[in-house]
Design a protein around this ligand. Sequence first.
Ligand code: PHB
Length: 393
Amino acid sequence: MEKQNRKATRVVAVLAGLGLATLMPLAAHAAEKVKVGLMLPYTGTYAALGNAITNGFKQYVAEQGGTLAGREVEYFVVDDESDPAKATENTNKLVKRDEVDVLVGTVHSGVALAMAKVARDTKTLMIIPNAGADELTGPLCAPNVFRTSFTNWQPAYAMGKVAAEKGHKTAVTLTWKYAAGEQAVEGFAKAFEAGGGKVVKQLTLPFPNVEFQALLTEVASLKPDAVYVFFAGGGAAKFVKDYDAAGLKKSIPLYSSGFLTDGTLEAMGGAGEGLLTALHYADGLEIPKDKDFRTKYAMTYKMQPDVYAVQGYDAAQLLKSGLDAVKGGKLDQATMVKAMEAATIDSPRGAFTLSKAHNPVQDIYLRKAEGKDNKLVNVAVKKLADPARGCRM
Ligand code: PHB
């Protein structure tokens, strides 16, 4: 709020200096817009994910007539390149230079952790439209930090449960060595082992490397009953093609959090056919909101939406709930936070509410890859809430 007042004072001072004090009503009007900082990957292995989130966010704003709660939306955009080393500086550009009202980002867990530190330190409202780092709605939870996506634990846990129910006894896991992959493996292992299975080996490679050959040779020699992986974006498409080309797809069932096959099936050129994955979104949901969302998305962007587009769309919906509460007045954060905490988000994935830690409580679907679609099989776990260990709010 202080920031808003500072800004308003500055605008008035500039106008007065120009002898334009009579234009003050105009200045007051300009202060009513909402400045949205989009910090997302627009290059690298997660580029398509950043674009889909942006598309989804803008689609919701377009559906509202190009405004949110009657406010003009001004965008400030930074390509974070999924590079944690640049994350603090990139976030500061949006917060300090552009003075955004809300940070929307990002995809990569490591980048999001650095962003959230800036958001906490500067008390800037933040909405995470993807990154699953468990800490963000766990030990690092904060009143001004919200997430419209998932924790890394959520879909992984559901996949582990399903893999155990299928009777597999041993599994090897394979992922990029950073928060998202490590936490996904942890979630999978927890449920798989609770269901009677055993993770016999955890293999990793650095993000965003795609040299999978040596690891696939190791998988082949370990001969587990099943393989669980976390990969997404461009790297996911390459992994599935390599898994198939190595002859493993025929012999060892491959399971994953659904990021493996969302938005990537076409690039796999058929290698993904039949894969079972778990995620909070699926193709073929019988939800009117989803049908409407998909029709509009396809018309606007000439492609089908994926989970990332949904998460971006829902970030805009959540922001609107906060803006509605301040009714065109000052962006009082406490008022906005209270409304956002109480919101029911009418998501294409199915309506959801937020946990006390500000993470979606949501159904996790089991899906099967068929052609270009991740077809709904069933609900793997209903209304799954992250345990939010360590969150005190
Ligand atoms: C993450 O880094 O948290 C992450 C990235 C891509 C995904 C999912 C999670 O598809």
